[in-house]
Design a protein around this ligand. Structure first.
Ligand code: SAH
Length: 218
């Protein structure tokens, strides 16, 4: 996909999702998408190999988190893999401090490379660690927004994520569907309250997605 048609598709997709993405973010988002596929030939980062699908299912799906970020200044992406959703969010939100964590060294190698090349190293970092619920011991920060995608089911995720939430912060879950999930019960079990649900469809495949925002109680 050449830069012009990629950019047209990206704008169309963002518009259909109702997202406001600063113009200056798109160059980095395109570079990230290309680099992900380039590295994917030797490091397994994604099952997706089509540029248009990378745009829809990785970049736009990640950017769809933007409307629920509020005024947050710090974000922790656990099980970030190739940097999803954390890298697109860092590119779209200049003021956000981002920590991306993965347990697999090769993936963190890609994260560090991408952050350096994107000029994000000053406010975003990749950390090789296994998150097990003890941020201090693991050398991980707490953050105002704790997010993950394709990492754990919602119930287990809420239990794991809670200790990483800074005072006044929240946990986000990115899910493909909410039917059959008793989200409120899962939240209660983890000592959280469901504060917001943003359901949407990906622009071309029409695949259903939702971002759920949970706030710890007490
Ligand atoms: N968020 C990315 C990757 C999802 S795959 C995406 O949406 O594409 C899940 C990732 O979690 C893998 O890269 C795996 O290495 C990582 N992982 C699994 N358990 C982990 C743990 N306890 N702490 C940190 N990363 C973990």
């Amino acid at each position: 996909v050449d830069n012009g048609s990629w950019s047209a598709l990206a704008h169309e997709g963002a518009k259909s999702l109702g997202l406001s993405v600063p113009d200056g973010a798109w160059t980095g988002l395109k570079w990230f998408s290309d680099e992900l596929l380039r590295w994917n030939r030797r490091v397994n980062l994604t099952a997706i190999t089509e540029p248009r699908e990378v745009l829809e299912k990785h970049v736009l799906d990640s950017l769809a988190v933007l409307p629920v970020l509020g005024e947050a200044r710090s974000l922790l992406d656990l099980g970030a893999g190739a940097g999803l959703p954390g890298i697109p969010l860092a590119l779209a939100r200049q003021e956000l401090q981002v920590t991306l964590v993965d347990a697999v060294a090769k993936k963190v190698g890609f994260l560090k490379h991408a952050l350096a090349q994107l000029g994000l190293a000053g406010r975003a970092r990749g950390v090789h660690a296994r998150a097990e619920g003890a941020p201090m011991k693991e050398g991980l920060p707490v953050a105002e927004v704790v997010v993950s995608r394709a990492f754990m089911d919602v119930g287990a995720w809420l239990q794991l994520a809670r200790p990483y939430v800074a005072p006044g912060g929240c946990v986000l879950a990115m899910v493909s569907r909410t039917e059959g999930l008793d989200v409120e019960a899962l939240a209660a079990q983890a000592g959280c309250v469901l504060a917001e649900t943003r359901a949407f469809e990906l622009p071309w495949s029409r695949a259903p997605r939702a971002v759920l925002r949970f706030v710890p109680n007490g």
